[in-house]
Write a protein that binds this ligand. Structure first.
Ligand code: X2X
Length: 339
């Protein structure tokens, strides 16, 4: 009997030593997984890493978040990210609203063609009633949104010709994300859109199986050096792509209230930094465009008239998706934009 009692003590001690995440709130995992669609370079990847670093520092290592870049956690299928978060397979993500929109259709608000014109308009919608309503809908579906980040305005690059009019985009084969509003928009423009995950897209650019793509300048085009495959870029601001730093509800409820507060603040701080990086040189001085020119790209900056021509061609898509997104939500956003 004495022997058995001794072994029980050893067993209990072993469990305690093997569970370094143990706290009053429960047992923490050794590692929390954070999902990022893109690589570690550029504002998006660096913003995610900043969040993980701040959390580690501010919790004295109690919460250890590891960034899994380039879509490693969802095996390439980016529209599965939200589902995996809901299941608790992914603990955290700094995610594009586009990739979550199949599960949260109202997030297509940001993809309405030629709707948002400025960062100020985006901020008004995010920080106003529509932004709160979107966060509520995300939370209702099992993911806790902690802060808004930013990928940026999505601009068109291609290898064939400068696109400055609806005529010029006709027939171009353009890679888009697997969210149907993009297919509708590019079809309305008589281009030839193809759904593809970001992981596969780069091979397609290199092999020339598609002619072009659309993504923001600082967070994607520059870090991925898309000038190596595409000569032309149109700064047309046709859609805006905010990011959301969120946590799986399943994971979130295991944290103590004190740690939840630390996580929330770290998300706000990391995202404020990330948004600044995403907008650097794209507001006022526009020096980010010089980087593109220096690397041989021909840059076409849209005038309001050019935008109007594209807006007109995509008006039916706008009307159709206004209903799908929720007419009330879109009307609220339209008012904030002074439409
Ligand atoms: O796939 C894309 O184009 C990207 C990287 O911008 C998103 O994840 C939406």
């Amino acid at each position: 009997m004495r022997g058995r009692g001794w072994w029980a003590i050893v067993a209990v001690l072993t469990v305690l030593v093997m569970a370094p995440g143990w706290t009053m709130a429960g047992t923490y995992k050794d590692e929390y997984k954070m999902s990022i669609v893109v690589g570690p370079k550029g504002p998006w990847g660096e913003g995610a890493q900043k969040f993980a670093d701040l959390v580690r520092e501010r919790t004295q290592g109690r919460i250890n978040i590891k960034c899994y870049f380039a879509g490693q956690l969802f095996a390439g299928k980016q529209t599965n990210e939200f589902m995996l978060m809901r299941q608790g397979v992914i603990d955290f993500a700094l995610a594009s609203t586009i990739n979550w929109s199949p599960q949260v259709p109202s997030l297509n608000l940001f993809a309405l063609p030629f709707f948002f014109e400025s960062y100020e308009q985006l901020d008004a919608v995010k920080n106003g009633a529509p932004g709160m309503e979107l966060f509520r809908q995300i939370e209702e579906r099992g993911v806790v949104p902690l802060a808004w980040g930013e990928n940026g305005f999505r601009e068109l690059t291609n290898r064939v010709r400068a696109v400055d009019s609806p005529e010029a985009i006709k027939g171009l084969k353009v890679r888009v994300v697997g969210s149907p509003i993009f297919i509708d928009t590019f079809r309305a423009l008589e281009a030839n859109p193809i759904n593809m995950n970001w992981g596969e897209a780069q091979t397609a650019f290199q092999q020339g199986t598609v002619d072009g793509q659309e993504n923001p300048v600082n967070a994607v085009i520059i870090p991925y050096q898309l000038w190596q495959v595409h000569k032309y870029i149109s700064i047309w601001h046709y859609a805006i792509d905010p990011l959301i730093l969120g946590a799986s509800q399943k994971t979130w409820k295991t944290f103590s209230p004190e740690d939840q507060a630390i996580l929330k603040q770290a998300a706000v701080d990391a995202c404020a930094w990330e948004i600044q990086q995403a907008r650097q040189g794209l507001q006022g001085d526009m020096s980010a465009l010089d980087t593109l020119r220096q690397n041989g790209m021909e840059v076409t900056v849209f005038t309001p008239q050019m935008r109007a021509a594209f807006r007109e061609k995509t008006q039916a898509v706008y009307n159709d998706w206004k209903e799908k997104i929720g007419a009330d939500l879109v009307t609220q956003a339209e008012k904030l934009l002074g439409r």
